[in-house]
Design a protein around this ligand. Structure first.
Ligand code: FFO
Ligand code: ATP
Length: 219
């Protein structure tokens, strides 16, 4: 019998966190460089405005700090989330060296500056533990990004990309619940990936596709 999605998500989260925790410092240094290049590519394809909604990586999350520093150094406006009650996020302007304080809601350190009133993102980097073949996102389990992404006005000019390791992209049996965000883009150390509709994927064989999937292609 198939377990309920929530239980399958918990098992998958445990498995992915354990795999992340086993990475060496050298693995992470290499990933950091790859992620910086992939974020550069995402920024180049993103819409006008040059505002990135990012996240400060904690513990074993993919090391995007070098990418954020580069965004900041080259003039992008970088905002990071702060957790509010009731699964809500607000966004705070970030710069390298920004002092952080412990969140009263989740085990994370966050900036304490004023919340930005005007987001206008061109690029959204979404933390994730895994992304399904069909684009469904597995997060840390708070439901924060599902709520936030659902509130973003639909726009062709915003590039919304999950940030995961390469072997966490295109998971074949990712559990999905009705509220889960489904993403079209992913940033990994190996590149910037875009998910194609099923028909397009089945009729074409192109280089640069994800090893587990004909639907995710390098962009
Ligand atoms: N860097 C980062 N910031 C983020 C998120 C995220 O995923 N990554 N979030 C995305 O929604 C929000 C915070 N959500 C969170 C939800 C649950 C836990 C949590 O319970 N963590 C546990 C287990 C982690 C582990 O075992 O690795 C803990 O730290 O004890 C942390 C953050 C907003 N900020
Ligand atoms: N739109 C929603 N309606 C009702 N409940 C929700 C909704 N979004 C999230 N939840 C609740 O939040 C919990 C966590 O959701 P889920 O496991 O999808 O989080 P996640 O996407 O992994 O987390 P995060 O976005 O914080 O990384 C769910 O168990 C559910 O109870």
């Amino acid at each position: 019998m198939t377990l309920p999605a929530a239980e399958r998500k918990s098992a998958l989260r445990r498995q992915i966190r354990a795999a992340r925790a086993a990475l060496t410092a050298q693995d992470r240094a290499r990933a950091s460089e790859g992620l910086a290049a992939s974020v550069r590519r995402a920024r180049a394809l993103a819409g006008a405005g040059d505002t990135t909604l990012a996240f400060l990586p904690h513990a074993s999350e993919p090391p995007v700090m070098a990418a954020l520093e580069e965004l900041h150094a080259t003039g992008s406006r970088v905002l990071v989330p702060r957790v509010l009650p009731e699964r809500r996020l607000e966004w705070v302007l970030w710069q390298p060296g920004e002092p952080l304080v412990r969140s009263p809601h989740v085990p994370l350190d966050e900036p304490s500056g004023p919340a930005a009133s005007d987001l206008r993102p061109s690029l959204v980097l979404v933390p994730a533990l895994g992304i399904g073949e069909n684009g469904v996102r597995l997060g840390q389990g708070g439901g924060f990004y599902d709520t936030f992404l659902a509130s973003l006005p639909a726009s062709d000019s915003v590039l919304v990309a999950a940030v995961v390791y390469d072997d966490e992209l295109a998971l074949p049996d990712a559990p999905a619940e009705p509220w889960d965000a489904v993403l079209e883009w992913a940033v990994t150390p190996g590149g910037l990936w875009r998910r194609r509709p099923p028909q397009a994927a089945e009729t074409r064989v192109a280089p640069g596709r994800c090893p587990r999937s004909t639907r995710w292609r390098l962009a």
